[in-house]
Ligand binder design. Sequence first.
Ligand code: ATP
Ligand code: MG
Length: 267
Amino acid sequence: MSNFIPNSHPRKESLDRRYQLERASEKGLLAGTAMIAHGRGEAFDYLLGEQTIPIAEEATIQAAIMLKSATRPIISVNGNTVILAGEELIACAALLSCPIEVNIYYRSNERVSGLIGYLEVCRKFVSEHPPSNWQRSPEEWMNLVNDVLILGAYADGLIPGLEGPRATCDVNGILAADVILVPLEDGDRCQALINMGLKVIVVDLNPISRSSLMSTIAIVDDVTRFSRNLKKNLLNFQRLKRKKWENKKALQNALDNINNRLQNLIE
Ligand code: ATP
Ligand code: MG
């Protein structure tokens, strides 16, 4: 089957991303349920108009400030996140000088090392392509990117209160962090991270998932769009303004946005 989607197709981007996940799946990088999780996300994205809504822009700014002000920030990624946002998140980790840790729900050593290998390929590309508004030298960019620690292979710690292999994490990664960015997190792992005293930033297109409701900041946006925006904000960090964040209010705003959109569609 040809995966070529013409540029004129109205949903080209969405279809291209499905093929990206399909290819990753064929290479054994994703669990069997990855497509189901993506489909749930897509359904919500359709309701949002496949665009970043204003409250998600604001949440991303507050997330950038929280990560930049952290003592030991970390970015934790699962399979879908690596495939859909690997390059942008490597760039974000470089801008934050923080590690990226691969944590997958159905842990297998083969998949963890496959995803780390994929991130290493992303790293090489990103290191050779500084952001367009990068003010310092290309060498400095390359060094920042090459210094990013990619953790997960030798995970030797456990997230307290979680059962099974998905509790596995790195002692020098998640267990040492104070702020964690963890896109597409599962609800009860999010709760366990909050119980550890971490500030938890999730990215989830579903504003009523348990992860969204439990997190410190939930960004109701697609992980690829979010990662691009986060990078842009980290590059413009001096101009960002901190504000008190009320997560539940922000989630209600996202639901209202969906509601208004639907009302206008049928009126
Ligand atoms: P929870 O455990 O938090 O209640 P869930 O069990 O409903 O969530 P999971 O299957 O654990 O959901 O994870 C998938 C989540 O990731 C869904 O909430 C879905 O909306 C979200 N999601 C999937 N793809 C994307 C994407 N590309 N960008 C942002 N969010 C996504
Ligand atoms: Mg879940």
